[in-house]
Design a protein around this ligand. Structure first.
Ligand code: MN
Length: 415
């Protein structure tokens, strides 16, 4: 059998990928939604550094912040807009004239105008009627267009909203000049099959407009839902590096890129060789450690302990590694422990320039198992406890800092 015939890839069944768009354009949200991760903020220089790297790697669109938020935010958005990036630079705005003015002033290419649209959000959050929301949306889109900005129209909680209203709202905004419709699973409640059905309905109802999808990860389905939407022709998926963002975050950039590259055999135009470098850079800047079992960029993504797996990988990496780790700037690790087998030990000795007899290797394997199974756990428990406690202390400002600030306003902490 030929090498390429040894594995089947059912993702590529015609029935599944028939709606895949010719060109998928990544819309990066790290600098906007990503910065809304509890406790995270970026300085102007950090935002610029991340934007440049994303641009270098081939990201097509990036939402870099909401310039009306603060003076610093405005400075950062303006600096990125003036950097001469290849990517389309977007500044976000509520359906508020001063928000849009701030985007115009910052010199961005485009504004993403967002408003809530589910009846739930309208009733409790905005306390506005459907008609009022429709009117301010259309007015805002027109205002931005009149002031020289391209517009993406975004609604929060789109997937929980009434489909007839969603249709009416988007079509009115498309008519008013929005070139892109961003649909949001704001609280991560879709499933891939629901997403396929829903995008199908959207396509039947919407006037011609580019479709973009923004998925959250509350139930761990952001990437799967985004891929389902892309399969149905949504050309512009939103991502954040390391999947950061509000609550459990957004669809992760590295997972969506690698998903398309590896599973769909789809050339994204993204420089995947720098994926790991990007992830670790964002990890340091955000202070959010990559989960050990995080796909692609987590410590364990290319680590093996079990004897069967290590043996397989040493013979042919594809047996237990679906992704070529070197292609994304990583290396494979063998962890020695209770499940270690002969192959990994022989490999380590080999690499150290030593040859060992089968008896010597057996002896080492037994020694490793014995040592690993009797390891003290107190240190690991201490580490986890310290980590949890520090998490509370280092996110945002501390409780002590809060009450210090409150004191300045004449309020004492409760006794
Ligand atoms: Mn979001």
């Amino acid at each position: 059998m030929e090498e390429e015939d040894l594995v089947r890839n059912y993702v590529l069944e015609k029935e599944i990928i028939k709606g895949l768009p010719e060109k998928v354009v990544f819309w990066e949200e790290t600098l906007r939604d990503g910065e809304q991760t509890p406790g995270v903020f970026f300085t102007v220089d950090e935002k610029l550094k991340i934007a440049k790297m994303l641009d270098d790697m081939g990201v097509g669109i990036m939402d870099v912040g909401i310039p009306v938020v603060s003076k610093e935010e405005f400075k950062a958005v303006k600096a990125i807009a003036n950097e001469g990036l290849k990517a389309t630079v977007i500044g976000a705005a509520r359906t508020v004239i001063s928000d849009i003015d701030s985007c115009v002033e910052a010199g961005v290419d485009e504004t993403s105008i967002f408003v809530a649209c589910s009846d739930l959000h309208l009733k409790y959050k905005l306390q506005k009627t459907r008609e009022e929301v429709l009117d301010i949306s259309v007015e805002s889109v027109q205002y931005a267009r009149d002031h020289g900005l391209e517009v993406s129209f975004v609604t929060e909680d789109t997937v929980r909203a009434d489909l007839d209203y969603v249709t009416q709202l988007y079509n009115a905004c498309t008519e008013a000049g929005a070139r892109r419709a961003v649909l949001c699973d704001t609280v991560g409640v879709m499933t891939p099959s629901a997403m396929r059905w829903w995008i199908g309905e959207i396509k039947k109802r919407f006037k011609p407009v580019q479709l973009s999808i923004h998925c959250h990860n509350d139930l761990g389905m952001a990437v799967a839902n985004s891929l389902a939407a892309v399969e149905c022709g949504a050309e512009v998926p939103h991502t954040t590096v390391n999947g950061i963002g509000e609550r459990s975050g957004n669809a992760s950039f590295e997972e969506l890129v690698l998903g398309l590259e590896m599973l769909y055999d789809y050339r994204t135009g993204i420089d995947i060789g720098r994926i790991y470098e990007l992830s670790t850079m964002v990890e340091e800047i955000t202070g959010i450690p990559l989960a050990i079992n995080k796909p692609i960029v987590g410590y364990n993504a290319f680590s093996h302990e079990s004897g069967i797996h290590a043996d397989g990988v040493l013979k042919k990496t594809l047996t237990y590694e679906p992704i070529d780790c070197e292609a994304i700037g990583r290396t494979r690790k063998f962890i020695f422990g209770k499940h270690t087998g002969h192959a990994a030990v022989a490999d380590k000795l080999n690499k150290a320039g030593l040859s060992a007899t089968p008896e010597q290797i057996t002896k080492i394997v037994e020694g490793i198992k014995e040592t690993a199974e009797h390891k003290e756990k107190s240190e690991q428990v201490e580490f986890i406890k310290m980590f949890r406690q520090r998490e509370d202390e280092r996110r945002g400002i501390s409780d002590r800092e809060f009450w210090e600030i409150a004191k300045g306003a004449g309020l004492e902490p409760p006794k």
